[in-house]
Design a protein. Structure first.
Length: 65
């Protein structure tokens, strides 16, 4: 079992899948709530990835000067 973090692109694709399911006209309320919760977790993970990337860029900029 791998302990590696999912890649940004994988998380983004998963979020798009969740959004597509939520936009479906036949999604039930209970399923929609679960999908919404999953979407919030994916957004948080994506934001974490972006923050880490931003921190790396800032460190690289500081090293350059």
């Amino acid at each position: 079992m791998s302990t590696a973090q999912p890649q940004y692109q994988d998380l983004s694709a998963e979020l798009e899948d969740v959004l597509a399911k939520l936009q479906s006209s036949d999604v039930q309320v209970d399923e929609a709530v679960k999908l919404y919760e999953a979407g919030l977790k994916l957004v948080a993970a994506l934001e974490k990835h972006l923050a880490q990337a931003e921190n790396k860029i800032e460190k690289l900029k500081l090293q350059r000067t």
